[in-house]
Design a protein around this ligand. Structure first.
Ligand SMILES: CCCCC/C=C/C(=O)SCCNC(=O)CCNC(=O)[C@H](O)C(C)(C)COP(=O)(O)OP(=O)(O)OC[C@H]1O[C@@H](n2cnc3c(N)ncnc32)[C@H](O)[C@@H]1OP(=O)(O)O
Length: 243
């Protein structure tokens, strides 16, 4: 699955929906057993959630958008397919969440390709299920520091803290993901799938139980004047970087 939403693979509502439909199609076709998730945008895996979907819109839109974000995470996190990410670019916040939801992560060895949940740098807060996914991957202490400081880890550090499983030269990221896949596909499918579910269901259930409340929290939070202002300032900074 090659993500293509130029320039930065931001996860707009339309793009989230496209990803969801693609995932559902692959999951319902018995010929498919695995997905390698990568990017078609040079140097960028994903810039995360689309800030334009969270800025200057109405509460109904925020609710619709957040429901789609939840759905994408639930579907990827619990997918019965083996999902491996071949991370070939910088990968922020919601994009990082997507990679953390995979079964295995290969990252291209380029110091520019940092990844992490950097929400606090925008003045916003990673929701509990983003946090849980990170804690499940890197452990509580590393997650606590990474989340508070909004750290984006370059490849060597991402490997060291366990945010990714392998770092390889840039031209080998896809072939490394394919080689890894062979090991996962050699395991009897039902045993691997049930074990994945055993490990992940409690985390997913936390969101499933509080899904509506989580949407309401998001809408309330994102609609606040101070948060809208912080997002506008951040977007402005991104634009000014060019001048
Ligand atoms: C309770 C609330 C919870 C919410 C949880 C939120 C999760 C998130 O995912 S928030 C998004 C966090 N993402 C980021 O902080 C990344 C921001 N982007 C960047 O740092 C950079 O764009 C880059 C490193 C990904 C790529 O840099 P570069 O190649 O130099 O490209 P530009 O910065 O010039 O960007 C091109 C173009 O794209 C716009 N843009 C970038 N990121 C986003 C985004 N996340 N959403 C929407 N639009 C984005 C950027 O503004 C540029 O636009 P133009 O100036 O109009 O070309």
């Amino acid at each position: 699955m090659k993500m293509r939403n130029p320039p930065v693979n931001s996860l707009s509502l339309e793009f989230l929906t496209e990803l969801l439909i693609s995932l559902e199609k692959l999951e319902s076709d018995k010929a498919f057993h695995a997905i390698i998730l990568t990017s078609d945008c040079p140097g960028i895996f994903s810039a995360g959630l689309d800030l334009m979907e969270m800025c200057g819109r109405d509460p109904t839109h925020y609710a619709e958008y957040w429901k789609a974000v939840q759905e994408l995470w639930l579907r990827f996190y619990l997918s019965h397919l083996v999902v491996i990410s071949a991370i070939n670019g910088v990968n922020a916040a919601g994009g990082c969440l997507l990679a953390l939801s995979c079964d295995y992560r290969v990252l291209a060895d380029n110091p520019k390709y940092a990844m992490g949940l950097n929400e606090t740098l925008l003045g916003i807060i990673a929701p509990f299920w983003f946090k849980d996914t990170l804690v499940n991957t890197v452990g509580h202490r590393t997650a606590e520091r990474a989340l508070q400081l909004g750290l984006l880890f370059p490849p060597a550090e991402a490997l060291q803290v366990g945010m990714v499983d392998k770092v390889v030269p840039e031209d080998q990221v896809l072939s490394a993901a394919r080689s890894e896949l062979a090991q996962w596909l050699a395991i009897p499918g039902h045993a691997r799938q049930l074990t994945k579910s055993l490990m992940r269901k409690p985390t997913a259930d936390r969101l499933l139980k509080e899904r509506d409340a989580d949407i309401q929290n998001f809408v309330r939070f994102i609609s606040r004047d101070a948060i809208q202002k912080a997002l506008r300032v951040y977007l402005e900074k991104l634009k000014q970087k060019k001048t």
